[in-house]
Design a protein around this ligand. Structure first.
Ligand code: FES
Length: 116
């Protein structure tokens, strides 16, 4: 685990014009993300790890959602679900191992960490 991590997770959870998924999968995934982060923050190991989350209205992908963008990595996940969000959180965000099979796009910012 890295000494200091700062990430921002943007989830297309409850878009005004819901185009990328059907039903309430976005809201359920958002609630699961909130719970996962809160549980992690209660762990002393989270001291140097700063995780922000935002509910994005639409991330302009509009298919195969809910869509999750991890900043500053520029890693985009598709079909995120309550089941997948916790695996993404612990594997990618905490342990630095993105889950390649759910990534559909990578648009890193200039000083983003690089993953092999
Ligand atoms: S509606 Fe989810 S990305 Fe546009």
């Amino acid at each position: 685990m890295a000494d200091s991590i700062q990430k921002h997770l943007l989830l297309c959870a409850t878009p005004t014009k819901q185009k990328c998924f059907k039903g309430n999968e976005g809201e359920k995934t958002w609630q699961c993300l909130k719970k996962t982060i809160k549980k992690f923050e209660n762990n002393p190991a989270s001291k140097n790890i700063h995780i922000l989350r935002s509910k994005a209205d639409c991330l302009r992908i509009c298919k195969n959602g809910p869509i999750l963008l991890v900043w500053p990595d520029g890693i985009w996940y598709e079909k995120v679900s309550p089941e997948r969000i916790s695996e993404i959180f612990y594997s990618h965000i905490i342990n630095g191992k993105p889950i390649k099979r759910w990534i559909f796009k990578i648009t890193p910012f200039s000083d983003s960490p690089r993953y092999s």
